[in-house]
Design a protein around this ligand. Structure first.
Ligand SMILES: Nc1c(C(=O)O)ncn1[C@@H]1O[C@H](COP(=O)(O)O)[C@@H](O)[C@H]1O
Length: 151
């Protein structure tokens, strides 16, 4: 299974490459797409409703400012959605953090830390989810722990 990384803007790429880098370490295939719930809602919908049949098992959704994207992704797919709030709006990325973490009940987004730490942890959490059904990934998750959580 693969991880779909959706981000709201090209400007989010430098941070979200961190997710891709960590997923590569765990030998998990990923695809990165720029699609905004505000600017390209139809594209987000198409990506999400087809994600499962296209071989994705987890979606990482990242956005800054008024970060509707992760919630909208969660509305269009039943896959686990991991949300990464990004800095760039209000100080510390608090606008994006609150937008992503405060989902109404029934429609979860597993929210990680703001910025690069969150991007890394989203990848590691995706690896832990895949490890439940993939022994090779489980071994790499164990090795990562042995190595002091460094790659
Ligand atoms: N929060 C969202 C959404 C969305 O939630 O759909 N789309 C773009 N954005 C965010 O706007 C910020 C500025 O984007 P630009 O740099 O393109 O102006 C980015 O951090 C992006 O994730």
């Amino acid at each position: 299974m693969k991880v779909l990384i959706i981000m709201g803007s090209e400007s989010d790429k430098p941070v979200m490459q961190e997710s891709q880098h960590y997923l590569q370490y765990f030998s998990i295939e990923s695809e990165m797409v720029v699609a905004s719930a505000h600017r390209n809602p139809d594209k987000v919908r198409d990506l999400c409703i087809n994600a499962e049949q296209n071989g994705f098992g987890v979606v990482i959704a990242a956005a800054g400012m008024a970060a509707a994207l992760p919630g909208v992704v969660s509305a269009y797919t039943s896959l686990p959605v991991l949300g990464v709030p990004l800095d760039g709006g209000l100080p510390g990325g608090i606008d994006a953090l609150y937008s992503i973490v405060q989902m109404p009940a029934g429609l979860p987004v597993g929210t990680l830390a703001v910025g690069k730490a969150g991007a890394r942890n989203a990848a590691i959490l995706a690896a832990r989810i895949f490890a439940l059904s993939d022994k090779a990934v489980a071994a790499r998750v164990a090795a990562f722990k042995q190595n002091g959580y460094r790659i």
